[in-house]
Design a protein around this ligand. Structure first.
Ligand SMILES: [Zn+2]
Length: 292
């Protein structure tokens, strides 16, 4: 009898039998993590597309009309903010049906495990991202591999589906296309979909990082990642693109654009993808010069 009482009491006191709760993983420690994880109010970017990330790490929510899709989940310690941001916009985080990923680094994939356990969403990623996400450990071909496991390993997550290059995922009224854009990581994936508002539809591009950053000793030229980045930049420049988003808000000038919201929708800019690609090629040139 006393055991039953104990179980009932633990249900009451600890909400163990109550609604599901987000159980975040241990915080990831890095030089820029605290800055990146500064909170920011969630907001609508356009139509079905919302920003639910932190000040320095993007997380995008798409309302498909039949459930929600989340793209990227920032750091392990960002998961609580993402969940709260989804709620603050009036959505139920438990309606997240899919979680997609730009690339399997700790600062974009770190929050997936906790959010997946909480929402029970299906995690769908590229082939190479799947290999990393299943273990939380970088593969040897990753430019940042040599930083070592202490600086790169993040909570592993269950991969429910792998989407090949150019294939689509249909959720509700929205079709997401996976465009493989490797170079920053082998599995880096750009996602595209359409957002409509007031009878006007815009092509949204969530462009994976094209940044040529690495651990010491890595060569983008020798590894072939420079050639991949060049091809990936060309692919992104050629996409139908009205709204550019990317894993770090500074890549698409988010904070500046938020200041200019009174003047139409500053996120709509059909030249943004071309500019993003050109900027990335400029950074790559500098990097290759320093490697020579
Ligand atoms: Zn990265």
């Amino acid at each position: 009898m006393s055991r039953i009482v104990a179980v009932v009491l633990s249900c009451v006191l600890m909400a163990a039998c109550g609604p599901r709760q987000l159980e975040p993983d241990a915080a990831f420690d890095c030089e820029r993590c605290a800055d990146w994880n500064e909170p920011i109010e969630p907001f609508r970017i356009h139509g079905n597309t919302w920003y639910v990330g932190t000040s320095g790490l993007s997380s995008i929510l798409v309302d498909t009309g039949d459930g929600l899709v989340l793209i990227d989940a920032a750091l392990p310690q960002s998961a609580v903010q993402i969940e709260a941001n989804v709620r603050a916009l009036g959505f139920d985080p438990l309606d997240i049906r899919y979680i997609l990923l730009s690339h399997a680094h700790f600062d974009h994939a770190g929050g997936i495990n906790a959010l997946q356990r909480y929402t029970r969403a299906n995690v769908v990623v590229s082939e190479d991202s799947a290999t990393v996400l299943r273990t939380g450990k970088l593969q040897e071909d990753d430019p940042q591999f040599a930083h070592g496991p202490g600086k790169t390993t993040f909570p592993a997550a269950k991969v429910d589906g792998v989407l090949p290059d150019g294939e689509t995922l249909n959720v509700g009224e929205v079709t997401f296309t996976a465009v493989y854009t490797p170079g920053h990581t082998a599995g880096a994936t750009t996602w595209t979909w359409e957002s409509c508002a007031l009878g006007e539809c815009q092509d949204v591009v969530y462009a994976a990082s094209l940044a040529a950053v690495s651990a010491p000793g890595y060569s983008f030229a020798a590894s072939g990642a420079a050639a991949q980045l060049t091809d990936s930049a060309a692919r992104i420049a050629e996409l139908d693109c009205d709204i550019l988003l990317s894993p770090h808000p500074f890549f698409f000038g988010m904070h500046d654009k938020l200041e200019r919201r009174d003047d139409g929708n500053p996120f709509i800019n059909s030249l943004a993808c071309t500019f993003f690609a050109e900027q990335a090629l400029g950074w790559l040139e500098q990097r290759l010069a320093s490697e020579r």
